[in-house]
Structures are given as structure tokens and as C-alpha cells.
Design a protein around this ligand. Sequence first.
Ligand code: ATP
Ligand code: MG
Length: 387
Amino acid sequence: MEFVYIIRFGEIWIKGRNRRFFEQALETNIRRTLKRGERAFQLERERGRLYVLETADDPAETTVLLSRIPGIVSVSVGVRCEKSVKSLAENGLALMRTMGVAPATFKVESKRADKTFPIPSPQLSREVAEYLLTHGLDVPVDVHHPEMVFGVEIQQNGAYAFCQTLRGAGGLPTGVSGKVAVLLSGGIDSPVAGYQMQKRGATIEPVYFHGFPFTSDMVKDKVARLAEKLAFYQDSLALHIVNFTPVLTALKAHCPEKFTIIVMRRFMVRIAAEIAKKTGCRALVTGDNLGQVASQTLDNLECVTDASPMMIFRPLLSFDKFEIIERAKKIDTYEVSIEPHEDCCALFVPKFPEIYGKLDEVREAESAMDVAGLVEECSVSVEKVEF
Ligand code: ATP
Ligand code: MG
């Protein structure tokens, strides 16, 4: 059957001057996503809507793919019809049969964008409902809590009937807000932080600090798989794997134990900023979450921020853990994140970490290390993996 996916996007940004730019980005992202799934499809645009036409046995997979693309508010699965009550109702019934949709109650909702079509919306809804009731959909109409909304739209480019609508990811199309470098660990939080930025239109460049042999190469593989999940949301994605061993070795040798985590993070932001500059990123992003662990107090976040020559964004700062987990499950990173591999920091967690780091003490603790030399050394010892 030839399905039409009716794609609606944000009401606010389509009104602005950037509308064309945003629409174009969304269109590109849709094309790329569907091409990756090796689908044959056609894409059409009409004021405030995008339409994807695809011949398939089952529309479920494409619908889910589309609903995950940032910038899309909702997706309806429908069929293109002639501009008549009969065509809308009959094609709609065929669609319901193909999709196995059999509701206990329904209602028809109509939208008439093409004002040359003679039947006004309320009357169109009634006439389509009557046709459906007498031609196979023998269930009660419930205007308040219908199990199925049978949608009818009369646009300039055609008429559409649809019987299923999914909520989309919302946000902005990835690629419209510039680039940021995400400090990506193997944990639950940082992939979600990266996704949150993608959903606001940013392209991400993940940076992972690998401390072999303190951390096994299994973690590297895990982080690569997380990066690959995030690659779904943008055109192409490059993961930068930093050889962090020189810093870890120096920390063990010179840094007072209670400051190791803070100083380690200070090194991470400095090195990430070097990579960010080279790759055109304007800011760093971490999965920090206020108060979640001892290292994430305002004092400690301040100590880390102090070392960064760039803005640091922490999109999860105010999230509850369960919200982060829920989001991680939705973007399909959760199962990978909970695989039991320690990241390098876990091995360095001191028995009594500093919870309220004081900047002067932290700087003092760092002074026995060759900061500039280590940053320089690690910034060039980077493996790049492209997705
Ligand atoms: P996550 O689940 O993202 O690891 P977390 O709650 O475990 O976060 P921490 O381990 O304290 O928090 O790390 C805080 C942030 O520092 C992470 O969210 C991530 O952005 C960054 N980070 C930590 N370890 C690494 C690493 N090895 N490589 C890159 N970034 C890291
Ligand atoms: Mg972690």
C-alpha cells in the first residue's frame, strides 16, 4: 500500500525569518534518516507540512524512525486520496484494514486548508463519519474520548485520510544551532546530555577520555556504540578518543588523593576545549547533574569551570535521575550504558573525595603537574572514529 506520513513541525520557528533554513534542515535530516534505512520514498513539502510517500507492507518502522527525528512535532500515518468524501472514507477504511486498526469508538476530525473545496470542515467530518458507519466501521462515535481519531485533511496538493498519529521528538532540527563538543563517558548521563543538545539543533562532536590500562578497551567499545546511537540524529558524527593515560599516571604520582576527581575533570575540559577549537565547536557539554554525586556540588563544578577556556553547558543539571533514565531508554542508549564496565574515573574515586573544592587549594594541588605539557600531549594523541 502507498502510505503517506504527514509530518508536522514546530509552530514557533516556522513563523520566523529562518523558516526556510529550518525546513531545509529538517528535510535533509528526514532524507538522510530514511536513506540509512534503505527506504524508497518521495518527499513533498507544502506550507507548514512535509509529506513522505512510501510503498510498504507495514508503516510502523518508518513512523517510529520519523517520530525520533528532532524538529518533528507529530507524524500521522495516512493515505493520499481524491478530494471527495467517498475517496477519503474508502481509502481510510482500506488503510485501517491494512494497519489492523479496529477501534471500539471513533470520531472524525477535518481540516480544510484548500478553501476552494466546497464542504466546510464540520460538515465534512459528519459526511465522512456517516460514510464510514455505513461501509464497515460499525462502532459508536465518541466525540469526547474516541479510541481513534480519523483525520481528514484537504490541502492544495491533495487530500489525506489518516487513522494514527504519533508524537514526535519536538525540539529543533539538528544542524541549525552550530557545533558543541560533548564529554562522552560510558555512563547513563552524558549520552542523554548530548542528545538534549542535538534536540536543540546542535551538531555534536563527542570526546571520550580513555585511560588504558586503568580502563579496559571494553569501555572504548561501549562508548563507540553510544556514539553510534547518537549518530542517528545527525549527518555524520566523529568520536574523538583521547589517550588519557599520561594524565592519569601523573595524577597518581603528584595529586593529593582527595583532589584527583576535580583535577582530572579540569584536565578533561582543557583537552576537550583544544579538540573543540580544532573542530569548530563553540562550547563543551557534560552530563553533570547537580548534587547527584559528591563531585557535582556547586563548589566542584565551579572548580572545573575555572579550568575551561570555553563555555560549558550542563543540560542535565536540573534533571532527576529517573528522568534521565527515562530519556536514555527513549533514545535507546540505556541498555548500552548499564553494561557493567568501569570508566577510568571510577578507579580513581578516592575514599574521601573533596566535596566542597576550594579553587586555590585545587590550583595548588595541580601545581606539581606539568599542566600545559600534559594538555598538549593528550590533545594530539587522539583517535578519531567516524559514524
Ligand atoms: P555519566 O553517566 O555521563 O558518566 P556520571 O553521572 O557518571 O555521568 P561523572 O562520572 O561524575 O558523572 O562524570 C561527569 C561528567 O564528566 C560526565 O557526564 C561526562 O560528561 C564527563 N566524563 C566523565 N568521565 C569521562 C570520560 N572518561 N570521558 C569523557 N567524559 C567524561
Ligand atoms: Mg560516569
